[in-house]
Design a protein around this ligand. Structure first.
Ligand SMILES: C[S@@+](CC[C@H](N)C(=O)[O-])C[C@H]1O[C@@H](n2cnc3c(N)ncnc32)[C@H](O)[C@@H]1O
Length: 253
């Protein structure tokens, strides 16, 4: 008799254990905002990836294609568009030729804080699909070197394709486990970005069970241990004596 395929049941609403845990971590006063965030979809944002594109020209050309881009005042070269216009944006030459990069605004902040300087040796330790790596590569203006690393094979190829399509000469892509850097390349990089793998709770949407179907407390435990090892490796691989005597290590998650 053929075996019945196990199908994961659709849960009703966010997992109770997840909410309980969150309530222990986040003060009650912030709850209305937190609850709202589980129902709100992020708007679409993109930034100019190629050097020398005129932002005003982009806005006007997109407008002619019925795409309404608004610039972001605190993030140079970033724009937002209504979610319904994403498909149209993905059909434009700008998008198809890699001249723009669709990326969350919150993600764009990270390389800004990392603040890579031309001439420096930068490691993006867990880099696929490469939104932050492409942004960092642009910020280096061809001077210095970016090492973009990713452990998972298919994600590595996506990262590689993304970076290669930009034609940078000063970027090396590797498929290593991030944990090895501290041991094999101690005190080597001027700055390290560790955008560590996480439980993706920040992406949960109450109305979309796919976003939290596979959540379980064990996953958090696994992630904690993994992130701890990656952080140790990232610290060891940093050259001592960064800006203001602080390590130039940026951690997200
Ligand atoms: C949060 S994502 C990185 C997103 C990326 N920074 C970006 O902005 O496009 C984390 C990545 O780390 C990879 N990863 C997981 N464990 C890893 C490890 N031990 N070493 C290197 N990469 C790892 C995952 O496959 C995933 O692609």
């Amino acid at each position: 008799m053929a075996k019945k395929k196990k199908v994961k049941e659709k849960p009703e609403g966010l997992p109770a254990l997840f909410l309980e845990r969150l309530k222990m971590i986040i003060p009650e006063a912030h709850w209305p905002l937190i609850e709202e965030s589980f129902h709100r979809k992020a708007f679409i944002s993109f930034r100019l990836q190629k050097e020398g594109i005129n932002p005003l020209e982009v806005i006007s050309k997109l407008k002619a294609l019925n795409i309404h881009a608004t610039s972001v005042d605190w993030m140079p070269e970033a724009f937002v568009i209504p979610e319904a216009e994403l498909k149209l944006l993905q059909e434009t030459e700008y998008y198809l030729q890699g001249q723009i990069y669709v990326q969350n605004l919150s993600s764009m902040i990270v390389p800004m804080i990392l603040n890579p300087m031309p001439g420096e040796r930068i490691l993006d330790m867990t880099a696929a699909p490469g939104s932050k790596s492409t942004q960092i590569a642009k910020m280096l203006h061809g001077e210095g070197h970016l090492y973009a690393n990713e452990k998972i094979r298919n994600r590595f190829f996506k990262l590689k394709a993304n970076l290669e399509s930009q034609g940078y000469q000063n970027v090396t892509v590797s498929m290593q486990t991030g944990e090895i850097y501290g041991r094999f390349h101690p005190h080597f990089f001027d700055r390290v970005l560790l955008d560590a793998p996480c439980s993706s709770e920040g992406r949960f949407l109450a109305d979309n069970p796919k976003t939290y179907l596979y959540w379980k407390p064990l996953k958090i435990k696994e992630m904690v241990s993994k992130q701890r090892n990656l952080i140790k490796s990232a610290i060891k691989t940093l050259r001592p004596g960064g800006d203001n005597g602080l390590f130039n290590l940026y951690l997200c998650s």
